[in-house]
Design a protein around this ligand. Structure first.
Ligand SMILES: [Ca+2]
Length: 314
């Protein structure tokens, strides 16, 4: 399975133009500060060296995107005039008969994995498949960025002048400089830890880091785990000794294990299930959508009130 994604990731990388910038201009030089930090912590090895040397220059995109999001939350959204727009209680275009049909097909195609996950972790197929539908459309939308490149780029983006045009349109005066510095430090340290964990995961499971696609911020696999979640929550669903989150067997089991370790119990009831789902993603809409889609997958009519929580006021 990983080999298939290796090919896909390589193609996406080249198509995006990233590959064209590669090798001759960047090499290890652009990543020297990162290499120094990893050497000082004793976690620099051949895998880290060869993987980083194959990347183009760091991209300002992941950190720039995060800074923009945080800027908007802190300095714009609270001061918007006019009536506050409430978010709908469900993600749009998800709780539909055709989505439920795709979930049922996916369950049928991976029946042993879903059955075993329910037996081991008490999380039923309708919930796990609905979560995977929301995360990656059952593995058909896995992200187009290399996890390694995303995390390494964020880890080395520690100064405002590295963000380039990503600061355009933001009002960062002297009074907001400390805020920006703090964001850059905190987020780059976060990415650095995720990067180290990602490389550990690759080493342990014999995965080439240059083949793993992910989301904007480095979540990976059909179940979109951050590397730091893998160690604590991922499961080897098919018992082959490898955790491959691009393999439905392991992704299904990992969702079951994550939810069961975060409060899901088979007889817990809707409120408890809602809370467990919010440990996966903190949005009310996320949990609402999965519960409502799972109702459709089971063939129940979506419950109007009990199924959903009102969105929190923003
Ligand atoms: Ca496995």
């Amino acid at each position: 399975m990983i080999r298939i994604f290796a090919a896909v990731a390589a193609i996406l990388w080249l198509v995006s133009g990233v590959g064209a910038m590669c090798a001759d201009v960047a090499g290890a030089y652009a990543w020297e500060s990162l290499a120094d930090r990893m050497r000082s912590e004793g976690c620099w090895d051949g895998l880290a060296a060869t993987s980083l040397a194959a990347l183009p220059n760091p991209s300002p995109e992941p950190m720039g995107r995060k800074v923009k999001e945080l800027y908007f939350s802190k300095f714009v959204r609270p001061f918007l005039k006019g009536p506050k727009k409430k978010l709908p209680p469900l993600y749009p275009n998800v709780v539909l008969p055709e989505s439920a049909a795709r979930c049922r097909e996916y369950i049928a195609a991976n029946k042993a994995a879903f059955d075993e996950t329910e037996r081991r972790f008490g999380v039923p197929p309708d919930i796990v498949s609905s979560l995977l539908y929301v995360e990656t459309r059952l593995g058909t939308a896995l992200g187009t960025r290399l996890v390694l490149y995303t995390l390494a780029s964020m880890a080395v983006t520690r100064q405002a002048d590295q963000l380039g045009t990503w600061l355009n349109g933001l009002d960062i005066g002297d009074d907001r400089r400390p805020w920006l510095s703090e964001v850059l430090k905190k987020r780059s340290d976060w990415a650095y830890k995720e990067l180290k964990t990602f490389l550990d995961y690759c080493r342990a499971n014999n995965i080439d880091p240059l083949t793993v696609p992910g989301s904007f911020y480095g979540a990976l696999g059909i179940c979109q785990f951050m590397p730091s979640s893998i160690a604590g929550y991922a499961a080897d669903g098919n018992g082959d000794g490898v955790i491959d989150l691009f393999d439905p067997d392991d992704a299904v089991a990992s969702v079951g294990r994550y939810l069961s370790l975060n409060g899901w119990t088979p007889n817990g009831g809707r409120k408890e299930w809602h809370a467990a789902l919010k440990r996966y993603n903190h949005e009310d809409r996320y949990a609402n959508t999965i519960l409502a889609l799972a109702d459709l997958v089971r063939g129940d009519a979506p419950r109007k009130k009990a199924a959903v929580s009102k969105p929190r006021k923003r």
